[in-house]
Write a protein that binds this ligand. Structure first.
Ligand SMILES: Cc1ncc(C[n+]2csc(CCOP(=O)(O)OP(=O)(O)O)c2C)c(N)n1
Ligand SMILES: [Mg+2]
Length: 248
């Protein structure tokens, strides 16, 4: 059965502060809107990546509309969870999730990569309120998130920290230093999500420089790893994906 279309009240509900904990039906409907936004903004701007954004659309919706405790009207809300897409090239999905959640108006998506807009091709903390850290150079995000997670622990701040990475990105050496750090220091407030879509720009990840067996590698770095279908919003697997993949 196709997901229901959004009812007007859902727009206001989507902009609420805190952790939304939406159920699978609402998540499916919102994920469809996110996919529509991605295609629309890419068609309008005639520039940008499509593959990575679309493969993040479903678990990304679970992250923003079920899991994260944030206040889109106050991006710097001191109590907020910290989220970061280390794969900066997936801005079409990042900006769609932000707009649908209420960080800025949906119409701004039509100015993706425009000189008179605030949505750069890669996320810029200087231009877009809500983007915590600029990104684009692969491999750096988990290190940033380790620092934020360690700081939260030292401050006794209850926030959780979420880092989204790509599978091709796993070829970057810096990720493994950060993985080792998180495992050693048992950063249990840190959750890493890897979009294992088996593709990167130049082709299949396994042909270019294989990352398999990826889950076993992370387990060897002392992480609690959960493998699931990031498009399946019904079986709680995407929800579990954004809550469980963290060091024990
Ligand atoms: C350090 C660095 N090297 C190369 C690139 C160019 N680049 C942008 S996206 C991408 C592919 C990344 O693959 P993956 O992590 O699987 O993301 P997906 O293509 O699946 O979205 C590359 C190599 C980059 N942004 N940063
Ligand atoms: Mg990939």
């Amino acid at each position: 059965m196709p997901p229901k279309t959004m009812v007007p009240g859902d727009v206001e509900a989507a902009h609420q502060a805190g952790r939304l904990l939406w159920d699978a039906e609402r998540l499916r409907a919102k994920a469809l809107e996110v996919r529509r936004d991605i295609i629309t903004l890419l068609s309008k701007s005639q520039t940008g990546h499509s593959g990575g954004p679309l493969s993040c659309a479903d678990f990304g919706t679970a992250l923003f509309f079920h899991e994260l405790s944030i206040d889109p009207r106050q991006p710097k809300w001191p109590e907020r969870d910290f989220w970061h897409f280390s794969i900066g090239h997936v801005t079409p999905v990042i900006y769609s999730l932000m707009a649908e959640r209420g960080y800025f108006p949906l119409r701004d998506l039509m100015k993706f990569r425009a000189f008179d807009g605030h949505l750069q091709g890669h996320p810029s903390a200087h231009d877009t309120p809500g983007i915590e850290v600029s990104a684009g150079s692969l491999g750096q995000g988990l290190s940033v998130c380790c620092g934020v997670a360690m700081a939260a622990r030292l401050d006794r701040h209850p926030r959780r920290i979420y880092c989204v990475m790509g599978d091709g990105e796993q070829q970057e050496g810096q990720i493994w230093e950060a993985a080792m750090f998180a495992g050693h220091y048992r950063l249990d407030n840190l959750c890493a999500v890897i979009d294992y879509n088996r593709k990167q720009i130049d082709g299949d990840v396994e042909d270019i420089m294989g990352v398999a067996p990826l889950a076993d590698k992370w387990r060897a770095f002392e992480w609690n790893v959960l493998e699931c279908d990031g498009h399946d919003l019904g079986a709680r697997s995407s929800r579990r994906a954004v809550t469980a993949a963290s060091p024990p």
